[in-house]
Ligand binder design. Structure first.
Ligand code: RIB
Ligand code: CA
Length: 346
């Protein structure tokens, strides 16, 4: 083999090995933290190969989530990426249960899709409904990709874990073929944000989160509220991004400015990086300064603590692998990464 060709193969092999193959599982609303996470990864092609986007109900129902994803992908000029919906609802939790929860115990904060009409799909502001249709086979897509690339797929789970849990139930032997799951969800030493006890992604589908946490997936990296509460976006941070004009920063401005947390109406509002912290971990893991290994479970008994994060009873689940719980960060470092990628000129 000519020497230059051998050299090329070695270099491209090294580059290939460094790239993370990612399935992006999301409950994206108009933009928010899920949309920012997608922009960060899509703009890091030397490090990340996005294999496909699977949509799960959470912030919005899945057809609406797919519509918002198509819009963000169009803005990124990545319209060819696979988008698949899967589960149409959580495994057990329902709108009726969440209403009854509020009647009995109160304290219900954000309820995401439970407050919305599952049949309604609206376009992103200022645009028309996409002509694209999402595939409907997210669960089979997850299984097929994991089987096609054993030991190589990182699942970035940014919403409730319904699709992932269904995939693990349909094909339990994929558990050990997944490289790792990096997820946003749960709360260990801090209060919840959906109820006083539970974080939104775990609360929306506690049974699904339990299936994933009790699984044998070799590495589980948790970005719960304990670390996410340390990555606040205030008006000063919002302005650094919103004042740079581009299609991506315009939708960032529209969503964080006029919807959640509403900086343009409420300059004292506070937002959080949430899912974009988990995405940042794929690009620069060293921004995490403190973590610990724990066996983690979720409360699935319906009551005031439904969806809260609990210790795992290992006698009942001896095969479960531990979770690396992220607890501390270098905010300046991770915010700089987030800002640079959101404002990057294309
Ligand atoms: O608790 C934060 C999570 O819920 C994030 O995934 C965010 O997108 C919200 O829906
Ligand atoms: Ca999310």
């Amino acid at each position: 083999m000519p020497r230059f060709l051998a050299g090329f193969l070695v270099v491209s092999g090294l580059l290939g090995a460094a790239r993370d193959t990612v399935i992006f599982d999301t409950d994206s609303g108009l933009f928010g933290d899920d949309g920012a996470a997608l922009v960060m990864l899509a703009r890091s092609p030397a490090q990340i190969a996005i294999q496909g986007i699977t949509i799960v109900p959470g912030n919005v129902w899945a057809p609406q989530g797919a519509e918002y994803m198509f819009h963000i992908l169009d803005l990124l000029k990545r319209s060819q990426l696979t988008v698949a919906t899967g589960a149409e609802s959580p495994l057990i939790h329902t709108t009726a249960m969440s209403k009854e929860f509020d009647r009995r115990w109160g304290g219900l904060g954000y309820t995401g899709a439970f407050a919305q009409d599952p049949a309604a799909v609206i376009p992103a502001p200022g645009s028309k409904l996409s002509t694209r249709k999402a595939r409907r086979d997210a669960v089979n897509f997850l299984i097929a990709e994991i089987e096609r690339h054993p030991g190589e797929i990182t699942i970035l789970a940014l919403g409730p874990m319904t699709n992932i849990a269904l995939a693990l139930r349909m094909k339990p032997d994929i558990e050990t073929k997944i490289k790792r799951i990096v997820f946003m969800g749960g709360n260990i030493r801090v209060p919840g944000n959906a109820t006083p006890a539970a974080e939104f992604n775990f609360w929306f589908d506690p049974e699904a989160a339990r299936i994933v946490l009790r699984s044998r997936i070799p590495k589980k990296m948790m970005f719960g509220l304990d670390i996410c509460n340390l990555a606040k976006i205030k008006k000063a941070e919002f302005d650094q991004i919103a004042n740079v004009r581009s299609p991506i920063t315009d939708i960032f401005r529209e969503d964080l400015g006029n919807r959640y947390p509403g900086f343009l109406k409420k300059p004292d509002a506070i937002g959080y990086m949430w899912d974009s912290l988990a995405a940042a971990f794929l690009l620069d893991p060293d921004f995490v300064t403190k973590s610990e290994s724990r066996y983690v479970d979720v409360q699935t008994t319906w009551g005031q603590f439904y969806g809260s994060t609990t210790p795992l009873d290992r006698r009942a689940t001896p095969a479960a692998t531990p979770v690396t719980v992220m607890l501390g960060l270098d905010f300046k470092r991770v915010f700089t990464l987030y800002k640079n990628l959101l404002t990057k000129a294309e």
